[in-house]
Design a protein around this ligand. Structure first.
Ligand code: HEC
Ligand code: HEC
Ligand code: HEC
Ligand code: HEC
Ligand code: HEC
Ligand code: HEC
Ligand code: HEC
Length: 468
């Protein structure tokens, strides 16, 4: 039992870390030529001489990715470490009939639309946020990549293997083309990612969820190999386990409590990181207030603002605390509980394709030296406030005065007051997340939540001072 659990954790980490931690090694491509008329296609026996697969050590040293990181090295590439797989299409094997057919119950999640009935204003602000769009049903409106020829094509380093994205009457498909023929196609069923950075796609096979080999990168607007997928082979059998959904959705009804479970009820889910992920399941709350419309005192729902600070930040830390090792079933944590009863926090590095904002913030003197700072000191989860520097500057000035700033005499209080964060919380590329796009390797930019001096942008200081 213990052994199985540990194996589960290791696999969970490798699957989750693999998604964004390694290069998807796509060559910028002569797309048209590669696809329909393969030129120079090597004979079957020659395929072992095609370029060696980019194993983590080589791509890592090339890009100076920290290869001594256990999370990064724990390695989904191991299963690909064979040139024999180049040019191949990997499909999931037959279903495992041993899994029972029941789910573990809806657990009282009703979805954000149910809240709109009585919290209309909050709902309308919330649907503009990237939490709301963090996972969605795939439609022509939600999938951002192009379906027109030739932008719908992706070539690989193996000339005879490429992809095509198609619109069909029953949905949007990813098709792998081998030797000029359609070899396999799957429908994009679920979109993961709001598209601020990019999107990845999942497909159902009955109750099994798998990731698709092609993802989308917003800048530059292009399809790419899904992060962690080696170039030149088509893998349709990477299972999507609870961890991925747990950070990008509100609720999936799992077929089993196993950490490695990738079977869910195809109807039993609430997409997006929505109200009930932060407030707890709303079924009883909704039923009560529908029945008692005159009772203005909230029942059966969590108000995070009334929780102790640590329990409040635990809500955000579920997904913004780096790649932790789960110790209990996905989706079992509830707001108000102690998160450490559900995970072992990651040691040190952030892991996964995002910053560990919780850890970074906790290094800051702002956090350490004020009694009640939390994520919501600066973020209102019910509004999209991205890019609103002036608003964030107001949040800083709850505790600091621009007029007392050491640069007040050079830069001026007005200019300072409009923007605190580009000097003290600058964006920088996330080196753990190299994405190979049509324009070379791109690292998504992330805000540094370790608020401090000494990271300020000297150019900006000078520019503001000269404008004064
Ligand atoms: C039938 C009406 C109704 C529906 C539907 C409803 N609520 Fe409420 N909610 C209320 C009332 C009434 C209150 C108490 C007055 C207030 O704070 O607005 C409340 C208060 C709250 C509070 C504040 C809690 C507190 O302790 O002050 C939260 C959080 C909340 N609701 C979340 C939700 C969520 C999430 C949903 C959807 C799952 C939802 N509500 C659906 C009626 C409703
Ligand atoms: C530990 C939590 C966690 C796990 C596990 C996780 N993600 Fe994420 N992911 C995040 C966070 C947080 C962001 C947002 C980064 C930001 O905005 O700073 C993100 C961003 C993304 C984005 C870019 C979204 C955008 O802003 O455009 C995609 C795509 C994505 N994740 C896909 C996946 C997929 C697919 C999986 C699983 C196979 C996965 N993630 C697993 C937390 C997670
Ligand atoms: C990412 C987490 C998150 C999501 C998603 C979220 N909330 Fe909240 N909500 C919070 C936090 C944190 C607070 C406490 C804010 C505070 O005290 O300043 C809160 C407060 C509230 C309150 C009480 C406000 C008050 O003034 O007493 C209501 C009502 C509410 N949320 C409803 C909703 C509804 C409805 C949705 C979905 C449409 C939603 N929330 C989505 C985190 C979230
Ligand atoms: C269930 C996981 C989950 C929880 C809980 C969660 N987040 Fe997020 N958050 C995400 C993911 C995933 C994204 C990236 C969404 C995307 O772009 O696809 C994100 C994005 C964000 C962003 C970036 C928004 C933007 O548009 O740039 C902020 C800010 C944020 N979260 C703050 C919070 C705060 C504050 C809390 C706690 C009150 C919280 N989150 C709780 C998963 C979560
Ligand atoms: C809840 C109160 C609070 C908020 C909000 C807050 N800070 Fe602070 N901050 C503090 C405290 C307390 C200190 C330590 C004492 C001091 O230097 O004033 C501090 C220290 C700092 C320092 C000096 C750090 C060092 O290592 O010497 C900087 C820079 C800073 N804050 C910038 C910001 C910026 C920028 C924001 C907004 C993004 C912000 N703070 C928001 C409370 C806060
Ligand atoms: C143009 C860049 C820039 C902007 C904009 C800026 N700061 Fe600073 N800030 C600095 C630098 C540089 C220092 C360190 C100055 C020094 O040590 O002499 C600093 C120091 C600080 C300190 C430490 C003060 C101390 O006495 O040690 C705090 C707190 C702070 N800033 C808060 C803010 C807040 C709040 C805002 C927005 C109202 C802001 N800063 C805007 C560059 C900036
Ligand atoms: C002192 C203010 C402050 C606090 C506290 C704070 N943030 Fe942020 N956060 C910011 C600012 C400013 C941005 C940049 C906003 C923008 O997009 O313009 C940001 C951006 C983000 C993003 C988007 C990621 C990116 O790199 O673009 C996420 C996710 C996030 N914060 C999560 C959190 C979480 C989780 C916490 C609590 C652990 C937290 N923040 C606490 C100020 C804060």
């Amino acid at each position: 039992m213990y052994g199985a659990m540990v194996a589960g954790l290791v696999l969970f980490l490798s699957v989750a870390a693999g998604q964004f931690s390694f290069l998807s090694d796509r060559q910028p491509a002569s797309v048209e030529a590669g696809l329909s008329e393969p030129v120079d296609a090597p004979a079957e026996s020659e395929s072992v001489q095609t370029p060696t697969l980019p194993l983590p050590t080589s791509s890592s040293s090339e890009l100076a990715i920290p290869v001594n990181d256990p999370v990064l090295v724990m390695d989904p590439w191991a299963r690909y470490a064979s040139n024999e797989l180049l040019g191949k299409v990997l499909l999931p094997e037959g279903s495992d009939a041993s899994v029972g057919d029941g789910g573990v119950g809806s657990a009282g999640f009703v979805g954000p639309q149910a809240c709109a009935e009585c919290h209309r204003g909050r709902y309308e602000g919330f649907v503009e946020t990237s939490h709301y769009h963090s996972s969605q049903v795939a439609t022509a409106d939600t999938v951002m990549g192009a379906f027109e020829t030739p932008s719908n094509q992706v070539a690989t380093r193996v000339r005879q293997l490429g992809y095509r994205m198609d619109t069909r009457p029953d949905g949007l498909y990813q098709t792998v083309v081998v030797d000029g023929r359609d070899a396999h196609a799957e429908r994009m069923d679920i979109v993961v990612g709001s598209g601020k950075i990019g999107q990845s796609y999942l497909y159902w096979r009955d109750d099994e969820l798998f990731q698709l080999p092609i993802s989308y990168l917003t800048t530059p607007d292009s399809w790419m190999n899904s992060p962690g997928y080696p170039d030149g082979m088509a893998d349709f059998k990477r299972p999507v386990v609870g961890g991925c959904l747990q950070c990008h959705s509100t609720w999936f009804e799992a077929r089993s409590a196993d950490l490695m479970n990738h079977r869910f009820l195809p109807e039993g889910f609430v997409l997006g990181v929505t109200c009930e992920r932060c407030h707890g399941p709303g079924e009883d709350h909704v039923a009560y207030h529908r029945a008692q419309p005159d009772d203005r005192e909230a029942r059966h729902i969590v108000h995070p603002g009334q929780l102790p600070n640590e329990r409040l930040t635990d809500i955000c830390r579920q997904c913004h605390g780096g790649l932790a090792s789960p110790t209990r079933a996905p989706f079992s944590f509830r707001p108000g509980e102690d998160l450490n009863d559900y995970i072992e926090p990651p040691a040190g590095r952030p892991g996964i394709h995002t910053n560990n904002q919780m850890q970074q913030l906790s290094l800051s003197r702002c956090f350490q030296e004020s009694a009640d700072m939390s994520c919501i000191t600066c973020h209102n989860p019910h509004q999209n406030e991205r890019g609103n520097d002036a608003l964030f500057a107001i949040r800083c000035q709850q505790c600091h005065e621009a007029a007392d700033h050491p640069l007040e005499s050079t830069v001026g209080a007005t200019a300072l007051g409009e923007n605190c964060t580009s000097c003290h919380m600058p964006k920088s590329p996330l080196l753990e997340t190299p994405l190979r796009s049509s324009e070379g390797v791109v690292f998504p930019e992330m805000v540094d939540h370790f608020i401090r001096t000494g990271v300020s942008d000297q150019d900006l200081v000078e520019r503001l001072a000269s404008e004064r």
